[in-house]
Design a protein around this ligand. Structure first.
Ligand SMILES: [Zn+2]
Length: 117
């Protein structure tokens, strides 16, 4: 377990973010319902608008869901004492990087390597 970083601080950050995301997901529910295709009621353009908006809502939904999973993983890693270590190389992730994004799970050099590959 990392002794050099304040795990309680990161746990609190993660829990706050998780709560915010879950509230957002709840508010989003229903926005991804199938687009109404009744042509007599909506014109062609506004139907395309509606479909575009739905696609955007779905993309946002997927991104938010992925973020939620990252946060949940980070929280379980705090519980198991593996938080703050790189998932790929096991090195310490710098505190600065964790403060920037507490749900991050790989170190800067692995992240840069992943970007190059
Ligand atoms: Zn690494």
């Amino acid at each position: 377990m990392r002794k050099d970083i304040d795990l309680n601080y990161f746990k609190q950050c993660l829990e706050e973010r998780l709560e915010a995301i879950m509230a957002r997901q709840e508010a989003q529910e229903g926005n991804e319902a199938p687009v109404e295709l009744d042509q007599s009621r909506v014109g062609r353009l506004s139907r395309m608008d509606a479909m575009q908006q739905q696609a955007m809502a779905q993309a946002t939904g997927r991104r938010v869901e992925q973020e939620r999973q990252h946060i949940e993983t980070a929280l379980s890693r705090i519980e198991s004492g593996t938080y703050g270590y790189c998932l790929k190389c096991d090195e310490d992730i710098t505190e600065k990087r964790l403060r920037f994004d507490p749900s991050i799970f790989i170190c800067i050099s692995c992240a840069q390597k992943a970007e190059r590959d």
